[in-house]
Design a protein around this ligand. Structure first.
Ligand code: ADP
Length: 226
């Protein structure tokens, strides 16, 4: 893990100027459609890589107990509405419908807002990736005894029973997905680490060809109810 952390730092340092320079380029190339497209590609790839390295770093920190949460009372409904609104253009581009199905009220939960948003975004982006055009992605939330449950469901390709067992393991990716090199298989492992740091649980319900629903719980009063 020490090696992973060192490697992630080494990779991030030279990447920072690539991200910054590509941003400047995109800002400057307004008049040249072709070059702008190229600059956007560089920017997107650099940001993507930067995000993957962050995931790797977070996971490595999580494994050695160095990932710390900053807990505060979080309005889950406001957070979910915000995320869905932000992601609506992405889903529209993909030809997917995204909707929030939320109750009128939920109690504030003791959580790390940035990390909570990260979990939901990760599940949403997975749902978008594995749902065909014309499909639907739904974000829902409800209170269940001392926890708030958040669920991201899709009408996508689904996951077999066998794959569901290992899907939260680090570096695990579904077989037919591997050649597409879509990611390192860290997203769900990191979601699990973050949910468990909050004292919650994460699970998946899915049927191949029908769709998937990823759900997780966050104890309202924090881990152990402190
Ligand atoms: P990656 O970053 O490589 O996508 P993840 O940990 O996020 O890794 O996901 C692991 C695997 O789980 C992926 O390879 C993908 O095949 C599968 N998966 C995740 N979310 C979904 C979903 N909503 N529908 C179908 N398959 C999914």
């Amino acid at each position: 893990m020490e090696f992973t952390r060192a490697l992630a730092h080494e990779l991030k340092t030279p990447l920072t100027p690539v991200v910054m320079s590509s941003e400047t380029l995109v800002g400057q190339l307004k008049d040249d459609e072709n070059l702008l497209r190229v600059a956007r590609n560089i920017q997107k790839a650099a940001k993507n890589l930067d995000g993957r390295i962050d995931e790797l770093l977070d996971l490595a920190r999580g494994e050695v107990g160095m990932l710390k949460l900053r807990r505060e009372p979080v309005d889950v409904l406001a957070l979910l509405r915000e995320v869905v609104e932000e992601e609506a253009p992405v889903s529209a581009r993909l030809g997917l419908a995204v909707a929030a199905r939320l109750p009128a009220a939920l109690p504030p939960v003791q959580a790390d807002k940035v990390r909570l948003r990260q979990i939901v975004l990760n599940l949403l982006s997975n749902a978008f990736k594995h749902t065909l055009e014309g499909g639907r992605v739904t974000v829902s939330a409800r209170q269940e005894s001392v926890s708030v449950i958040i669920e991201v469901s899709d009408t996508g390709i689904g996951i077999t029973k066998k794959e569901q067992e290992r899907i939260f393991d680090p570096y695990h990716r579904v077989d037919n997905d591997r050649q597409k090199l879509s990611g390192l298989g860290l997203g769900l492992a990191l979601c699990k680490t973050l949910v468990e740091l909050h004292g919650g649980r994460i699970w998946v319900k899915s049927r191949r060809g029908k769709g998937s629903a990823f759900g997780f719980s966050i104890p309202i009063e924090g881990p152990g109810g402190e």
